[in-house]
Design a protein around this ligand. Structure first.
Ligand code: FAD
Length: 500
């Protein structure tokens, strides 16, 4: 690790955190939180915005896990005891310090648009709503920095006059926060150029706070700046993020319709890979998915296969040429100016917004998330269509992989019947060489083939030594406790621990 300490928080004693070789703890006790400490906690938070009203706490404890009937069932009734909304670094330091002193679990929240119960506390405690900690800090030379609670749309509003915009926008950009995207997201519009957030060079640095009675602020940069990414706020609380930006363009929003599945799929692939066409997103929706986008019904003829293509206005001629060669028809076209004045953007029909629109029409649907093999992604799409027929509703987003290859990822929908059939369908995808990011599980590693990342766990040991952050979600941390418990002697303990 190459992290450096910025400064001790709240002017506490200037102890230096040696993040390169943390002290090996004797043992890490499982979380032993007693809600009886809450009155003392609330006293310590005097003057900070706190929500105790049960119905509001319950609402804020939820995200969009209801897309999954499995998660809906499993997370039923899970909630925080209290929501705290700090607005300054000083207030965050006070909350963190009080929770650390009293052993209260602390679950970060941005806007709660995550899909896997990511901000739902499993063990109660404090839900730390960071949406009020939202200042844009600066933007220069293609780099921008902001506080974690800034909404992505607000970030872009600040950066665009300087000629820059975010490299990836989830379709929830209007409400989702930068910290939430980093803590729980993948990418989105723009990933067709820049890959997911996890691609080296996208996230440049971050400021985190340690969860201790005397919290410290540290800056992580380079590869270390990804150690807290997509682990649901379990191994560090992020205060600021510094990210590389993309040149801002005037984006033309279009719908392209086709009669044939193969023509539409080939067109999506060729537009997505066309090197001369600046684009922000190419979405492929096989029939009958377009029929679920009822707000766009007049542009989507019955039975059509459709693409949502967002390309730079200056790329329109080249784009039209590719559409016409592929046998498609542009049924909807809005310039950037028209989009800005209409308040409707096709970006809110792509990515998991497609699923949201479909669920509004048919609540019996659910979805899966897939990653194709860039060497044969179109063949895999066709083979799976052959294997699963009408059972799968095909929705693909074209992206670049973390390594830079042209590819697509899927947010396919299906009618939920049983957990067993859902598992079978995911297995059929794996059997075709397609990766599954399982959206029906709530622990970090369970969505990623169960892989435990030791560096992620080691980071938690350094930044959250008591294990208070979003407890229960990081299997690697819980197994570390079990490993320690199983090691009988001091030597065995040493042998177990240094690997983390
Ligand atoms: P939250 O849901 O509040 O939090 C997400 C996770 O991050 C939680 O585990 C939380 O504890 C943690 N967290 C939040 N803030 C911090 C912090 N400061 N420090 C540490 N951890 C923190 N995702 C995509 O990647 N691409 C998409 O295109 C996309 N489309 C979506 C469409 C719909 C309709 C829905 C419902 C979801 C979609 N998502 C998508 C998922 C989600 O919207 C994004 O990941 C979003 O960026 C999450 O931001 P948020 O502020 O709502 O985070």
């Amino acid at each position: 690790m190459t992290a450096s300490v910025v400064r001790p928080a709240a002017a506490v004693a200037a102890a230096v955190v040696d993040v390169a070789s943390p002290p090996v703890p004797e043992a890490i006790p499982p979380i032993a939180y007693d809600p009886a400490v809450l009155p003392v906690l609330l006293q310590a938070l005097d003057g900070i915005d706190v929500i105790t009203d049960l119905s509001r706490v319950e609402r804020l404890s939820r995200d969009f896990a209801w897309f999954s009937p499995v998660l809906k069932r499993e997370l039923e009734g899970k909630r925080a005891d209290v929501v705290v909304r700090p607005r300054t670094e000083e207030e965050i330091v006070r909350v963190v310090s009080a929770c650390a002193r009293l052993g209260v679990p602390l679950t970060p929240r941005g806007s709660g648009t995550g899909n896997y119960g990511q901000c739902t506390p499993i063990h109660g405690g404090v839900l730390l709503d960071l949406s009020g900690y939202n200042q844009f800090m600066w933007c220069r030379h293609g780099v921008g920095r902001a506080q974690a609670g800034i909404r992505l749309a607000d970030f872009d509003t600040q950066a665009r006059p300087k000629g820059w915009e975010l490299r990836w926008l989830p379709s929830t950009f209007r409400s989702a926060t930068l910290g939430g995207l980093y803590g729980g997201g993948f990418g989105g519009l723009g990933s067709i150029n820049y890959g997911p957030l996890a691609a080296p060079g996208n996230v440049l640095g971050l400021k985190a706070i340690t969860i201790e009675a005397e919290p410290k602020l540290i800056e992580l940069r380079g590869a270390d700046a990804l150690l807290l990414h997509h682990v649901y706020g379990t191994n560090g609380l992020v205060l600021e993020l510094e990210v590389a930006l993309a040149p801002a363009h005037d984006w033309l929003e279009t719908l392209v319709v086709f009669d044939h599945f193969d023509h539409a799929l080939n067109a999506a692939d060729s537009i997505a890979r066309a090197p001369g066409i600046e684009k922000k997103g190419v979405t492929f929706l096989a029939a009958p998915v377009p029929a679920y986008l009822t707000a766009l019904a007049e542009y989507l003829p019955s039975g059509c296969h459709a693409l949502i293509c967002i390309v730079a206005e200056h790329s329109e001629d080249g784009f039209k040429q590719l559409v016409s060669e592929a046998g498609g028809r542009i049924s909807y076209r809005r310039t950037a100016e028209e989009v800005a004045s209409s308040k409707r953007t096709l970006m809110e029909f792509a990515w998991n917004h497609t699923t949201l629109h479909a669920l509004k029409v048919d609540p019996g649907l659910t979805y899966i998330q897939t990653g194709f093999d860039p060497t044969c992604h179109l063949a895999q799409v066709r083979a799976l269509r052959e294997a699963l027929g009408d059972e799968m509703l095909v929705h693909l987003e074209f992206i670049r992989t973390k390594e830079g290859a042209h590819n697509c990822s899927g947010l396919q929908m299906l009618h939920y019947s049983t957990d067993e059939r859902l598992a079978q369908i995911m297995q059929i995808h794996r059997d075709h060489g397609v990766m599954i990011a399982n959206p029906h599980v709530w622990r970090v590693e369970d969505g990623k083939q169960g892989r435990i990342n030791r560096e992620v766990v080691a980071t938690k040991a350094r930044l959250d030594p008591q294990g208070l952050l979003n407890p229960g979600k990081l299997r690697g941390w819980d197994e570390r406790v079990a490993l320690l418990a199983a090691a009988a002697t001091a030597e065995e303990k040493q042998a177990t621990l240094p690997r983390f």
